[in-house]
Write a protein that binds this ligand. Structure first.
Ligand code: ATP
Ligand code: MG
Length: 255
């Protein structure tokens, strides 16, 4: 197991996190739509590639082209880093996965035991897990982003979400990688969906991104670390700034 910390390279954030994110932990990047969750996750991998660390970005929400376009508009050009930062595009694979589910459903119809959906869900999880493990074995990497956990849940559509989520986190924790899970909070609510968020309890760390209304018209970006196991960290909200190739935070000024 690799000790130490993974730097985010967001100026000011690593200091607030006691040097960065502890290695081999599972960290949620949470926020409503447009709060730059994907950008922050990609930025961390991109900046770590600069110091030679390899990573895998698994995208369900956006296809590779749209993701790369967004990142290059932030000055994060991926082409020189393709050997260090691999993108595993599952956004177009949904149809394929659904085909496999359908096949398995038909195969399992006469079998006793588990329900049809449960069987196919387990299979979809294992497809992703096998692919990640095989890329890890082939090229070797130690950082992974899954964007997003919500899309993954939708594809899996588990009948027992709590058990499925628990097993998925167990698998991630045993991978020996530092994992970032992008997690969507629905608009119009700070607490998100009404049912319990099992992922909040299962994750080792949570970084929250949000938009803050300041006065009548201004909306500013904010970031804070809600929890980070094994770390003495600040829980304050900071202002979050995204410049070309450089993200930074600053103490938010209260009125
Ligand atoms: N230079 C820039 N180029 C592109 N987008 C920028 C730039 N600077 C800030 N942004 C913001 O980035 C946002 C998109 O970021 P990103 O896709 O990372 O957000 P997200 O939280 O992952 O959103 P989603 O919920 O759609 O997945 C845009 O809506 C825009 O407000
Ligand atoms: Mg996104």
């Amino acid at each position: 197991m690799q000790r130490g910390r993974t730097r985010t390279f967001v100026s000011g954030l690593d200091e607030a996190l006691g040097g960065g994110i502890p290695n081999n932990k599972v960290v949620l990047i949470k926020g409503t739509t447009g709060t730059m969750k994907s950008s922050l996750a990609y930025y961390i991998l991109y900046k770590n590639a600069d110091i030679g660390r390899r990573s895998l970005y698994v995208t369900f929400d956006q296809d590779r082209e749209s993701l790369e376009q967004q990142m290059s508009s932030l000055g994060l050009e991926g082409k020189d880093l393709s050997d260090k930062l691999q993108i595993f595009d599952l956004s177009k694979g949904k149809e394929k996965i659904e085909e496999i589910i359908e096949k398995l459903r038909k195969m399992g119809e006469n079998e006793k035991g588990k329900g049809r959906n449960e069987r196919s869900n387990e299979t979809v999880i294992s497809i992703l897990q096998r692919r990640v493990e095989s890329i890890k074995d082939k090229v070797g990497f130690d950082l992974i982003v899954i964007d997003s956990l919500d899309a993954l849940q939708m594809v899996l559509n588990p009948e027992s979400p709590r058990a499925a989520m628990f097993r998925f986190f167990e698998w991630m924790k045993n991978l020996g990688l530092t994992c970032f899970l992008v997690s969507e909070t629905p608009l119009g609510t700070d607490s998100g969906r009404p049912e319990p968020h099992y992922e909040d309890f299962l994750a080792d760390g949570i970084i929250e991104l949000r938009m803050e209304t300041v006065g009548n018209v201004d909306v500013q970006r904010r970031i804070r670390c809600i929890k980070m196991r094994g770390t003495k960290h600040s829980t304050d909200y900071y202002s979050f700034f995204c410049g070309k190739r450089n993200f930074e935070i600053a103490k938010a000024i209260t009125q």
